[in-house]
Design a protein around this ligand. Structure first.
Ligand SMILES: [Zn+2]
Length: 565
């Protein structure tokens, strides 16, 4: 009872966006539900990171504060009923040295993402950062404002724009640009404009070709599955703190407000297309096979500034996010980065993106883009080389290492995607899920297989005994694997659940990737507290019809090609 009361209080805060119905999933009460400290082996490995990476290089900390104009203490944003939509307050624990239970490299990234406010990049070009997981970029035209990416939620977008207006002239929004189809780049649009201003032509909305199709397809076809999986990728239900959520890699976390969408009025289709909006010249370039299936980036000749959208950010991005998407193309990604460097590199003084902070200075911009390009190309080429030598995806992931020239660049670190899971994504893109080992062609499904494994290994008690020895030796990866078999064989085995949770937790404490940390810690959290039940998503019939998409009819229509009668 105590556990379920504590849970319902915490979960209610998140119900607004996720519309979950929570409940225990048949688990008996856990013996110890609180997070545990880092084991000595974890402390030693995390400590080793301090000498492995160039922590003396503080250039990112200078860039993240460069041009700071103002902010609001803790960046608070509330919804109509007073609900907390966004706050940096819960992340104040980051203002100290790395604790034992966090990888120091991730801690560093979490500190950088804790920065927030209005920043001047160059005269006429501003960014609001740290008021949502993504950035809002603002361009000052002759008579009004161009908003690039109005964040994820109406409330955060509106608060960000208001922060800008408190320090700059209150000019009307004349255009909105969506850089790509992910919701953290368009969901807050009704916080910066409205449908009637768009319909009357007062406000233009620009987007890449395919934007609307891809903006909704993720939340429709695979929407229920990715929403559940997203709980593991982003960890929104984890308590924030040094034994819980510290960061999401790309930014702090997801905001919890209302999302909105107004369809674009001007579609960008080709690299090299130009627009002059309110006196501002913009040169667009397409990158549709990179981070999103509909994505563009842009160059501003007046500002000598390049906005790389989400194609070059301060991390190794995902070729296949843990929540699940279509697999992305590492080779195309590296080619698009090369094109950006080639076409705009020598005329750019500052590169910005729709996450993270800018890079200033022509030479530094070029080095940043070169390193990002080489990162995607290297991991692609080496995965392909090993794949063609007959190695399977897990074998490639285990041996593939970045050369130090790439690994020692902070912007190439694995805060979002990792070398290991991105290598598996490249394997999947070319060869699919099957590793060509007939033993893996049609194995028993997980529960049936787990029951046989546990029986073959001498029963649950014997397995737990040996797994505890391995835990003490720091072999958390194998303990997680074997404890998972125990839980699948018998979900009511509390000792097994605790052991699995403990192993996941230590793996989370070790992870440099924020998404891996969240996945492990949320796995531990569910084993200890019970599973969250995910309700229906936002893709209702009325939402879909409001953006011109017909809901799927209840009666399945026969294809005209069908020969069946
Ligand atoms: Zn994004």
């Amino acid at each position: 009872m105590l556990a379920s009361k504590r849970l319902s209080g915490r979960f209610c805060r998140y119900a607004h966006i996720f519309t979950f119905i929570f409940g225990a999933a048949g688990a008996s009460p856990a013996l110890s539900q609180d997070p545990k400290p880092a084991e000595p082996a974890v402390k030693a490995l995390n400590n080793a990171f301090l000498s492995k990476l160039p922590f003396a290089d503080r250039a990112d900390f200078e860039d993240v504060t460069h041009g700071f104009v103002a902010t609001l203490p803790d960046a608070p944003v509330r919804g109509p009923s007073g609900n907390v939509v966004w706050s940096q307050k819960d992340f104040a624990f980051l203002e100290k040295d790395t604790p034992d239970g966090v990888n120091p490299s991730l801690w560093r990234q979490a500190q950088l993402n804790h920065s927030h406010g209005l920043f001047k990049v160059v005269d006429g070009l501003y960014q609001i950062r740290g008021f949502d997981i993504s950035n809002m970029t603002l361009i000052e035209g002759d008579t009004g404002l161009i908003v690039i990416d109005p964040l994820l939620a109406v409330e955060t977008a509106s608060a960000a724009l208001e922060l800008y207006y408190q320090h700059r002239p209150r000019k009307p929004v004349v255009a909105v640009i969506y850089t790509h189809s992910h919701a953290d780049h368009w969901g807050g649009v009704k916080g910066v404009t409205n449908e009637s201003d768009v319909a009357s032509g007062k406000v233009a909305i620009l987007a890449p070709e395919g934007f609307l199709q891809y903006a909704v397809s993720e939340s429709v076809i695979a929407g229920n599955a990715t929403r559940r999986r997203g709980l593991y990728q982003f960890g929104p239900l984890l308590p924030k703190g040094e034994r819980g959520l510290v960061d999401a890699g790309l930014g702090k976390t997801l905001s919890l407000g209302r999302t909105s969408l107004i369809p674009p009025t001007d579609i960008i289709r080709k690299t090299g297309e130009r627009r002059v909006i309110d006196g501002i010249e913009i040169v667009f370039a397409m990158a549709p096979s990179t981070e999103a299936p509909a994505e563009l980036y842009m160059y501003f000749p007046q500002f000598k500034a390049l906005n790389m959208a989400e194609i070059a950010t301060h991390n190794f991005h995902n070729l296949l996010p843990l929540r699940g998407t279509e697999v992305r193309d590492a080779l195309a990604w590296s080619k698009d980065l090369n094109e950006a460097l080639d076409v705009f590199g020598d005329k750019t003084d500052a590169v910005i993106a729709q996450h993270h902070w800018p890079v200033f200075g022509g030479a530094r911009v070029r080095t940043f883009l070169e390193n990002q390009r080489d990162l995607y190309k290297y991991v692609h080429d080496q995965t392909v080389r090993l794949m063609n030598q007959g190695f399977t995806a897990p074998e490639i992931a285990e041996q593939l290492q970045l050369p130090s020239s790439l690994a020692n660049q902070w912007a190439n670190r694995e805060y979002y995607g990792t070398v290991r899971h991105n290598a598996k994504a490249i394997y999947q893109k070319y060869l699919g899920w099957y590793d060509d080992n007939p033993a893996n062609l049609d194995p028993l499904p997980p529960v049936e297989a787990a029951k046989k494994y546990v029986a073959y290994m001498g029963g649950a008690d014997a397995v737990i005994r040996r797994a505890r020895e391995d835990f003490r030796k720091g072999e958390y990866r194998f303990v997680a694997e074997v404890a998972n078999k125990l839980v699948f064989a018998d979900p009511t085995n509390q000792e097994a659940r605790d052991l699995a949770a403990d192993a996941y937790e230590q793996l989370g404490y070790l992870a440099e990737s924020a998404t891996w940390r969240s996945a492990y810690l949320y796995g531990a959290y569910e084993l200890r507290h019970g599973a969250a039940k995910v309700g229906r998503g936002p893709a209702t019939a009325s939402t879909l019809s409001s953006i011109g998409i017909s809901p799927i009819p209840k009666v399945r229509l026969r294809s005209p090609l069908s020969t069946r009668r």
